[in-house]
Design a binder for this molecule. Structure first.
Ligand code: PAF
Length: 280
């Protein structure tokens, strides 16, 4: 496995693989890899001959008071984990390589989708994500790119981006990987104290409980959302949103058979998100 920070070295290797007729997959990450990330790589390996994993803590997707500075950077451990599962190349650029004209010189926006749910609580976040993913797509020009469904809204943003800009890249969403107690794996889980960590699985449990009520036929979405939010807040979460939506994140209607349930909540100094899809 190679570790490359330089764009011309990346391009030279990609050109060699392409000349050999090999399909290339990209798994974009911000590092601090856990089993969920490794699942993205394993999925990528099924869809391509070569897998590039990018590790870049993207400053443009963090708000001013967010965790950019304390976001865990663990390149050594990440490299070992990726080597062990047979990833081909880690692309680990610096900010100047990613943004040669400086962050913010050009921005990619996905209007509407970028300002609801997480976008309403993290202004500019999805512009940062859409911009960095566009940059990575242009640098790597992969045949396929793999993202986690845990970031449900991010996946929707990237799918729309790829369609709208006619990017010849297959976008694959990989199911969320969970701890044994149901907590969705996330690099931000390590911000939790022991007490908060014990409470954190209640987020997923609440999604499942609300899903059960939908399956049982309840369709007063606002009442279900409010009840779920109150339950979480009573347990110590500060819920930002708990939403029942259609799978494309538009408003649900009572005749629908497929729903997406999404939640974001603060627990101590961590901001946790989770979601599930429900068919009734
Ligand atoms: O999901 C993430 O880790 C990031 O948002 C991504 C897609 C790597 C862009 O920085």
């Amino acid at each position: 496995m190679q570790l490359v920070s330089d764009l011309s070295a990346l391009r030279a290797q990609l050109a060699e693989w392409r000349a050999a007729g090999q399909r290339i997959a990209l798994a974009p990450t911000m590092g601090n890899l856990h089993a969920g990330h490794l699942q993205l790589v394993k999925s990528a390996q099924k869809h391509a001959d070569r897998v590039v994993v990018s590790i870049f803590v993207n400053p443009t997707q963090f708000g001013v008071n967010e965790d950019l500075d304390r976001y865990p950077r663990t390149l050594e451990a990440d490299s070992q984990a990726l080597e062990a599962i047979g990833a081909d190349l880690i692309f680990h650029p610096d900010v100047d390589t990613m943004y040669p004209l400086g962050p913010g010189a050009v921005e990619v926006q996905v209007p509407g989708l970028d300002s609801i749910l997480c976008g309403a609580h993290r202004p500019g976040h999805f512009t940062g994500v859409a911009t960095v993913v566009t940059v990575l797509f242009n640098q790597v020009q992969p045949d396929v790119a793999v993202f986690g469904q845990k970031d449900y809204q991010q996946l929707a943003v990237i799918r729309r981006l790829a369609r709208a800009l006619h990017l010849p890249i297959e976008i694959i969403g990989e199911p969320t990987v969970r701890e044994d107690d149901g907590l969705a794996m996330s690099s931000r889980n390590q911000y939790l104290t022991a007490g908060e960590r014990a409470l954190a699985p209640a987020l997923y449990a609440q999604l499942c409980a609300t899903a059960e009520r939908l399956r049982a036929g309840e369709r007063d979405f606002t009442a279900l959302e409010n009840e779920a939010r109150q339950t979480l807040d009573a347990r110590g979460f500060k819920t930002e949103y708990m939403t029942i939506a259609s799978p494309d994140l538009t408003a649900p209607d009572t005749a629908m058979h497929h729903f997406a349930l999404l939640v974001a909540a603060r627990l101590g100094s961590a901001r946790l998100i989770d979601n599930i899809e429900v068919s009734v």
